[in-house]
Write a protein that binds this ligand. Sequence first.
Ligand code: TYM
Length: 359
Amino acid sequence: PKIIFSGIQPTGVPHLGNYLGALKQWKDMQDTARPLDKLFFSIVDLHALTIPGSADKLRQNRREMLTSLLAIGLNPERSTIFYQSSVPQHAELQWILSCTASTGYLTRMTQWKSKLTTLNPSSPSQSTTPSNPTISSPALKHGLFSYPILQAADILLHTATHVPVGSDQKQHLEFARECVTNFHSAWSVPLESRIFPYPQTISLDSSSRVMSLADPAKKMSKSDPNPKSKIFINDDEAAIRQKIKWARTDCVSTYVGEYDPVNRPGVANLLEILGGFAGKTGREAAEEIKEETLQTLKTLTADAVVSGLAEVRENFMLFGEDTEVNRQRVREIEEIGTQSARESAERTMEKVRNAIGLS
Ligand code: TYM
């Protein structure tokens, strides 16, 4: 049987990139899972601490993310939905893995560099300038640097075999596999009693990297301050249509033509989005409408997004409303999720503590 695990940071309502790259896959995997398969979806609030904000905001974001996960169709009776911080074993395993994880490997990873750059956009001409962030930059906090170890711990703690994510997470998944090797070899765990399987990355061919609508050279990102750059899963029809109308394309041609992400990234991005809702690649979407104008492409894309997100948006409003019924339901879901995730975590940790002499 498969063990499916994935996580999302509670940093605001998910956008179209999160949805097409990850969340839609989560829901599809849930609906096609076999009876013995297990699914875990975590709201990774410990990871969110790497970008400090206010406590109230985090509380609100956690709750909003839970609403979002229910809105996209995750079913708490089928999938274990839980806050990472409610299962202390995540942090415990992170420490243990960090003792066998390579700092050199972490240094070469790209995320801390790009996050550091977005966090500190204006430190002009020091040696730690954002264009060249280094490991000795005072702005680099250890939590951000060791972020991938906590992510590896998330995955390994539940002995996940399959991890559905957008393509920006591929490097982190490779690192998680590296942690499996390092752990077993450092503690001389024999092959037949290996604790962690190698987790497999599950990414779609298309829409695993949705780009910003305002600048198709950048990925659509929660931290992008430009509201025109992204569509949220609870945007209303007018907002969706407006943002797609504004989406940057190009002057190469007023027609759709071939799928060409290198020379026509804005057009390719709309094709990916259009295809994403129909289970097609951007290339396949282009094949069907290459004779059409860019204006038609925008109309078709807007139609696809509006109808593709209609139910999600409706659910979001329904589950997000602050009523006693919803509050009660959320408390129940939190309780079931926490309990089920803790059981799974403790099963693994018993083996881990045994293997390293902490039992
Ligand atoms: P996060 O919260 O940034 O994003 C959640 C998921 O959305 C995907 N995604 C995208 N996919 C396509 N196009 C985009 N523009 C786009 N932007 C985001 C991400 O790939 C991700 O799948 N480190 C993770 C959270 C995490 C995790 C884990 C994931 C923590 N522990 C264990 C998997 C397994 C993150 O920051 O995702």
